[in-house]
Design a protein around this ligand. Structure first.
Ligand SMILES: Nc1nc2c(ncn2[C@@H]2O[C@H](COP(=O)(O)OP(=O)(O)O)[C@@H](O)[C@H]2O)c(=O)[nH]1
Ligand SMILES: [Mg+2]
Length: 437
């Protein structure tokens, strides 16, 4: 069996990978080389690669043929071999030629930053629009290099994994096939955009309020996701765990159930051609009932990162999100702060109730976070009366599970309910009782 990297896969064994960040003087990159390397490793782990080697290589100039000079490559080769590394990620933009030459020199599969990010988006795109945007980005990337294919195109032709192995026969890529595909996808995309019922349909798919975790890669979203769901998840509830590892049902202190959703992380210096597909992967956030923005408060770059996140959410249609009642900001990694800095953060959280200081590792602050989520959901609650057919047992069960029943009265073939229900569930209920069209 070949895995998604076209490498031999032995029973769920993780692919061993090396991550290299080529650091150019005057690159204009915002983050320090160390932070960039850490981020790239975080991205690699996001698609379940086992990063066994990570290094910064200082470059004075880019070599046209191999990007990185031979002196370094000669030293790298035996290390890669001794560590059994199967995949090399260069955290930069490689030309097709450079990629191929590196693969030849190192006898290993090589991918660049864009390919890595596309892979993550491909795994994480959930909406129709998201999937189309990612496919479009894939095709444009492929067309721009006309190197051997690693998209669905090849899978459809019955090829091996899309990233292939070194020394594999090159598949002649037909530019026209790609162009035709691009045109088709663009057409589909404009159709999907016209419908614009994304928000409603996404809400109705999930039978509970959705709490979305957003924020930069490495902020601690997945750690928090795991921490929150470990002690609160339903042991028997494998539905969401198996269907989608980024969604999990958890119970809040009040007993209310919500779906926690771990979204694709923001990425620094996102390659320009990937911006649309990144936004599309975030469309789901629009349908969330509560948005939890996770920040690495210990990182030097965290103020700028916050600005980026809010900007993108704003562009997605979540305007002035900080001012909204359903927004929470988690100041994560407080365990890494000095006592003095921690004190400052605590004062900040006392002044601003949308903030929660927390540590996804120690668990500090996570109870308060759950309480805040609870409060938001109950503040959205309303009292309403509805009439349903007494024969609709399924709907009745839903009402009991998702609202507080204050009064119930049977009238002939109908049941009259007086219930307390939050805004999100109210919308879901209305969709359920609305006449099907
Ligand atoms: N010290 C400390 N490390 C954390 C905390 N939260 C996450 N991390 C670490 O930060 C790195 C990135 O975390 P991860 O949850 O994968 O971030 P994500 O990219 O936002 O999902 C991992 O090495 C985590 O162990 C925290 O509260 N304290
Ligand atoms: Mg993550």
């Amino acid at each position: 069996m070949k895995n998604k990297f076209g490498l031999e896969n032995q029973q769920d064994k993780q692919t061993k990978a090396a991550v290299i960040f080529p650091s150019l003087t005057n690159s204009g990159i915002r983050l320090s080389p160390e932070a960039r390397l850490k981020e790239a490793c975080g991205l690699a782990s996001a698609i379940n690669l086992d990063v066994v080697l990570s290094e910064i290589v200082k470059l004075r100039e880019i070599k046209p043929a191999t990007f990185i000079g031979h002196g370094y490559l000669d030293k790298l080769l035996p290390t890669l071999q001794s560590l059994d590394i199967e995949l090399l990620i260069i955290d930069a933009s490689l030309s097709a030629i450079q990629q191929r030459n590196l693969e030849k020199a190192l006898n290993i599969k090589v991918i660049d930053r864009t390919a890595l990010i596309l892979e993550i988006f491909g795994e994480r795109a959930n909406t129709k629009e998201g999937k189309l945007q990612v496919e479009l980005a894939h095709l444009s990337y492929q067309r721009s290099r006309l190197v051997r294919s690693w998209t669905h195109l090849e899978r459809q032709r019955g090829g091996a994994g899309f990233l292939g192995g070194p020394g594999e026969t090159q598949i002649e890529l037909d530019r026209r096939i790609i162009d035709d595909k691009i045109i088709k996808i663009e057409k589909e995309l404009s159709k999907v955009k016209q419908t614009r019922s994304l928000q409603r349909s996404a809400r109705q798919k999930v039978p509970y309020p959705v709490v979305a975790l957003v924020g930069y890669t490495n902020a601690g979203k997945s750690s928090l996701f795991n921490k929150l769901s470990k002690s609160n998840v339903f042991a028997k509830d494998l539905l969401f765990a198996t269907l989608d590892p980024t969604m999990r049902r958890i119970k809040l202190p009040s007993g209310k159930e919500v779906i926690l959703s771990d979204t694709v992380g923001f990425i620094s210096d996102l390659p320009h051609e990937l911006i649309m597909s990144f936004r599309a992967t975030l469309e789901e956030v629009l349908a969330a009932d509560v948005i939890v923005h996770v920040r690495d408060i210990s990182g030097a770059d965290n103020i700028e990162q916050k600005k980026d996140v809010l900007d993108v959410l704003h562009h997605l249609g979540l305007k002035e999100i900080e001012q909204q009642a359903n927004y929470i900001e988690v100041l994560n990694k407080i365990d890494l702060l000095t006592a003095e800095d921690k004190h400052k953060i605590e004062l900040q959280t006392q002044r601003n109730k949308t903030l929660v200081a927390a540590s996804a590792i120690t668990g500090e602050g996570t109870d308060l976070l759950l309480k805040k989520i609870d409060n938001i959901l109950s503040s959205q609650e309303k009292i309403m009366e509805i009439k349903i057919p007494a024969s609709d047992g399924k709907l009745m069960a839903w009402i009991y599970a998702n609202s507080e029943v204050l009064q119930k009265e049977t009238k002939a073939a109908n049941i009259l309910f007086k219930i307390k229900i939050n805004a999100a569930n109210q919308a879901r209920l209305q969709a359920k009782i609305a006449p099907k069209s």
